[in-house]
Ligand binder design. Sequence first.
Ligand code: GLP
Length: 241
Amino acid sequence: MEVIVLPTAADVDVRAADLVAEQVVHRPDTVLGVATGSSPLGTYRELARRQTEGSLDLSKLLCFALDEYVGLPASDPAAYAEVLGREVAGPFGLPPSRVRVPDGSRRDLEQACRDYEEAIGAAGGIDLQLLGIGANGHIGFNEPTSSLSSRTRVKALSARTRADNARFFDDPADVPSHCVTQGLGTILEARQVLLVAQGKRKAAAVAAAVEGPVAAMCPASVLQLHRSVTVVMDEAAAGDL
Ligand code: GLP
């Protein structure tokens, strides 16, 4: 695991964008795993800026989301399909069909999970997976106690994650109780992983993920088992290392 600590959150955005850009230049049709939440937004904006100025071509990417809420229509502004349309597909110049998201509105969710795993496999697997980290150590929506070898499945959201994500909804009661998320085993199959973390609120989770034991209580600690992980964080997030 390579750990990079930079002074500010803005530095994290630029360094993470550099690492994604390096991969995209090497392989323009990279299969990119895209996270939601606020952590990767600056990276997406920096990548989009480079595309607009003409120094990077993101238009051949194929993207796969990590997760989606259950029960939100895809057009809900808080649905990850909508967020990634706004933050990734549009700014990267990709048709919406090149940003795939698990279907959390399907009646047969188990089939939706199997279909999603199959779609990732059919695309040849994920080349580079971008991740944020939850304050409780979750990645994707793999909450503490998730099986370290789990696959894409339906999960209940923890009370802490629902409270953390309430800011994306008009009413905290609107935060869904369940999600579909790639499993930890799915995430570990990505060829490279890039985790970004900013702010003091993430310091304990980052320390447990990077320096703690590999344990289901800190799902991100499973990344210690992956052979190509880079963690880019600001000094505040590195505060407990
Ligand atoms: C969210 C997402 C994760 C994200 C994490 C951290 O709920 N499902 O993919 O990495 O929680 O969110 P944020 O970056 O907003 O702190």
